[in-house]
Design a protein around this ligand. Sequence first.
Ligand SMILES: [Mg+2]
Length: 160
Amino acid sequence: MLFIFDLDHTLIDSSHRQLTRADGTLDLDHWRDNCTKEKIMLDQLLPLGRQVAHYLRHLPPGRLNIACTARVMGSADYDYLAAHNLRFDAILSRPEGCTLSDADLKEKLLRQFALTQRMPFRRLMKTAFFWDDNKTVRDRFTSYGVTCYNPLKFNTENAQ
Ligand SMILES: [Mg+2]
């Protein structure tokens, strides 16, 4: 079984670093300017993030747990995940300079990941569960047989 977790708005509240444009997309220039170590370390784990950090420390065998994020990951991002016990088997992230939409990016990343697992993409997706707050991502992967969850309800109901 493959468990896939988005980061922003799913496990991590990084909203203090984000500026959303009127059309709902992220202002990537603003985001990049705010990707300093100090600001990243001020991100908060969402309730699902706390749950997943606990789960990753008490892993049932035979499961693969990966992060799949539209972030370009820098060293402070990796430090943040390690500091909060979010230790994944793999972290798939946006290559520098890549401007694909989140859904296209995540499909590309997971197709590459399937190759590393020597598994046909579609067969791997049928064993997968994906938590992502982005509906276009959930819709895309639902069409491949992935069981997709919107983390919003859990995070709202369990907010402190
Ligand atoms: Mg997200």
